[in-house]
Design a protein around this ligand. Structure first.
Ligand code: GRF
Length: 255
């Protein structure tokens, strides 16, 4: 047994019910038995009761930095997580511009706090989804945006945008895709009484919440969870994976 295994066993003894059998860990979490390869386990966050897959200790580096355009219209907590990863030198990116479609959203406050240029594009002012996407493209192009990250963007994007930024549009969705696509995914997870849920960073394709999955985080649903509690727990996990998802996508186009 090496140092790490010994450390893990001490942790197991104190915190979780589990056994180490021939490099396989059998762990009980919330009465569910998980059978995990020890080597995979040390690459994951399961000791804090969540799993991130794939898990990287450090993100790959990018020179020049990835020039991001952000689409958001919610509280902006994931936008802030990206900004903080950039400021801590964890993610080699810069946020060129934020576009929101709701002039009252928290994302604008984050943009102001961190001095990020932002633009409000009200979707009701556009007759078609295509014309809205054209406005987004022209704004992002004027800021030399290289890739788009959607964090809480509640509009469906069209092929116009996907063609302009081919393979470079990323979305964050609060479920373990392909389960619970679309709106109300957290409500649906609770309604269906699934025992685990999470969040997914994926490449965007025209069909809603589809496209290659880049990274997922998994967490157990507690008996005491309601929609708000679960949403907050999911968001905490999202803050850990969003930059990783961006970096994994960038690795594909920066080969
Ligand atoms: C996140 O939970 C994301 O998965 C979903 O919208 C939420 C945005 O939250 N698409 P925030 O605005 O980043 O706090």
């Amino acid at each position: 047994m090496d140092h790490l295994e010994r450390k893990s066993m001490v942790y197991l003894k104190n915190k979780l019910n589990g056994w180490l059998i021939k490099k396989m860990l059998i762990i009980e979490i919330n009465t569910v038995l998980l059978n995990i390869d020890f080597n995979q386990l040390i690459m994951s966050n399961i000791f804090s009761n969540q799993i991130i897959n794939p898990y990287f200790k450090e993100l790959p580096r990018f020179t020049p930095k990835i020039k991001l355009g952000i689409l958001a219209s919610g509280k902006g907590s994931n936008l802030e997580a990206i900004i903080q990863d950039i400021n801590r030198n964890i993610l080699d990116a810069e946020i060129m511009c934020l576009i929101v479609n709701n002039n009252n959203c928290g994302a604008i406050e984050k943009a102001k706090k961190y001095n990020i240029p932002y633009s409000i594009i009200i979707h009701q002012e556009y007759k078609t989804r295509e014309s809205l996407d054209e406005a987004i493209i022209s704004k992002f192009n004027s800021y030399n945006v290289e890739a788009i990250v959607m964090v809480g963007w509640m509009r469906i994007v069209t092929n116009i945008l996907l063609k302009e930024f081919r393979g470079k549009v990323i979305n964050l969705h609060p479920s373990l895709l392909p389960s619970f696509k679309g709106k109300d995914s957290i409500k649906q997870a609770l309604k269906n009484k699934v025992k685990f849920t999470g969040s997914t960073v994926h490449l965007v394709e025209e069909e809603v919440d589809s496209g290659e999955i880049l990274v997922q985080t998994v967490l157990p649903i507690n008996d005491s969870d309601n929609e708000d509690l679960l949403r907050e727990r999911i968001k905490k996990q999202e803050h850990k994976i969003i930059s990783l998802g961006i970096a994994l996508a960038a690795m594909r186009w920066r080969k």
